[in-house]
Design a protein around this ligand. Structure first.
Ligand SMILES: C[S@@+](CC[C@H](N)C(=O)[O-])C[C@H]1O[C@@H](n2cnc3c(N)ncnc32)[C@H](O)[C@@H]1O
Length: 374
């Protein structure tokens, strides 16, 4: 079953055949996630873990140990190959509609009424963790312009995210923003931010719930990817929500010290690198007013080694190489190192055992792996 996005001025029209191809990929991915992927747990528990225990006298301690043995399993290989194939087919299925609608979309992005703003920086150097690979296998990644004033990568992300998530991001791909906002309101019901910054906003899909909720606030949204920002700006205008988009690297922005009451991000951190994480947290600390808050929503870590391994599939097979740090890295510790007071930092997920963090590949090793694959 396909989940259609609610129309807005920037959403490409789809023809019958394009819709059907998207429906097919969506159904394939739903089948893989619901029916095929869970078989990996059975293979692991029934065969792989007992065999590992026989050989080593203990169970695997880390997702990289699980990876070494699971990648030998034909069932895992079968699921993994289909999963990767479905990711490629997903982009193929949405790119046709965007290409056909391309001139209209690029033009429309310039005509919409401006309540918010858009500031691009052609001199910005896009970080290597984006230029080295096509992240998520999206051709050209988030950031590539294929024409002047291009919005294609944003339109492709909007349509692709809906299929990727099986429609679980909602009809406007806004549910992550809604989720983090609801968490924020439940924990800080009296906090009324007047300046909000969303880092790694892409098309602003998770930004808009914040701007709608805090109408008196000025909401800034930054990303390194120009086509996402052009699309996001026009999309927000067409939905009547004022947001100020600018092309900036979250590691070091141009905003002045203590500019914001609240800095947020939604699934951005895992797409940066290990060293970038430190820079981003330090930048959040610099940007916050006294008493301000930083809030990051991230991908799940998994409760045990087989979940850690399967949740890290994207890291090895979908060009999200540094995503594996999210499994075992101590984010609270990085926040403390960035200057946040120890008693003010919390991570909603379980604590990370230091021994597991030490078994992660170094950033240098991961760069070598990326280069060797080219
Ligand atoms: C998975 S997307 C998330 C988009 C959006 N926040 C959402 O909830 O769907 C991650 C975004 O972070 C952006 N990003 C990654 N590293 C960044 C950085 N250092 N500075 C600014 N944006 C960055 C990427 O360009 C991409 O648009």
């Amino acid at each position: 079953m396909t989940h259609r996005l609610s129309p807005h001025a920037l959403l490409p029209d789809e023809r019958h055949d394009e819709r059907e191809r998207q429906a097919f990929v969506g159904a394939l991915r739903g089948h893989l996630a619901g029916q095929v992927m869970p078989g990996n747990y059975a293979i692991y528990r029934g065969r792989v873990e007992p065999e590992f225990e026989r050989q080593h006298g203990r169970k695997p301690l880390h997702h990289n140990e699980v990876r070494a043995v699971m990648e030998q399993q034909p069932y895992y290989q079968f699921w993994s190959a289909l999963q990767r194939c479905s990711q490629q087919r997903m982009w193929d299925a949405v790119i046709d509609s965007v290409e056909r609608e391309w001139p209209r979309l690029n033009g429309a992005s310039k005509r919409l009424r401006k309540r918010g703003s858009l500031m691009l920086d052609p001199t910005l150097s896009v970080p290597r963790y984006h230029t080295a690979v096509d992240i998520h296998l999206q051709p050209g990644g988030y950031h590539t312009d294929f024409a002047v004033d291009d919005v294609a990568a944003g339109a492709i992300y909007d349509l692709g995210l809906n299929i990727y998530s099986h429609g679980m991001m909602g009809p406007r791909n806004e549910y992550l923003g809604d989720l983090l906002l609801r968490y924020f309101l439940s924990v800080h019901p009296r906090f009324k931010p007047l300046r909000i910054l969303d880092m790694g906003c892409a098309i602003g899909n998770s930004t808009l719930p914040w701007a709608r909720r805090f109408k008196k606030a000025r909401v800034d949204a930054i990303d390194v990817a120009a086509p996402q920002l052009r699309y996001g700006h026009a999309r927000a205008e067409s939905l009547g929500v004022p947001v100020h988009f600018s092309q900036q690297n979250a590691e070091h922005t141009t905003f002045e010290d203590q500019s914001f009451d609240l800095v947020i991000s939604h699934i951005m951190l895992h797409e940066t690198s290990r060293s970038a994480l430190k820079h981003i947290f330090a930048e959040c600390h610099r940007l916050l007013k006294p008493g301000g808050l930083m809030l990051h929503l991230e991908i799940p870590r998994g409760k045990n080694v087989i979940e850690n391994f399967l949740y890290n599939w994207e890291s090895w097979n979908n060009n999200e190489t540094f995503g594996q740090y999210m499994t075992h890295i101590d984010l609270a510790d990085i926040a403390r190192q960035a200057g946040f007071a120890s008693d003010k930092v919390s991570c909603a997920d379980h604590a990370v055992p230091r021994a597991k963090e030490q078994q992660l590949y170094s950033e240098e090793t991961l760069w070598k792996i990326i280069e060797a694959r080219k």
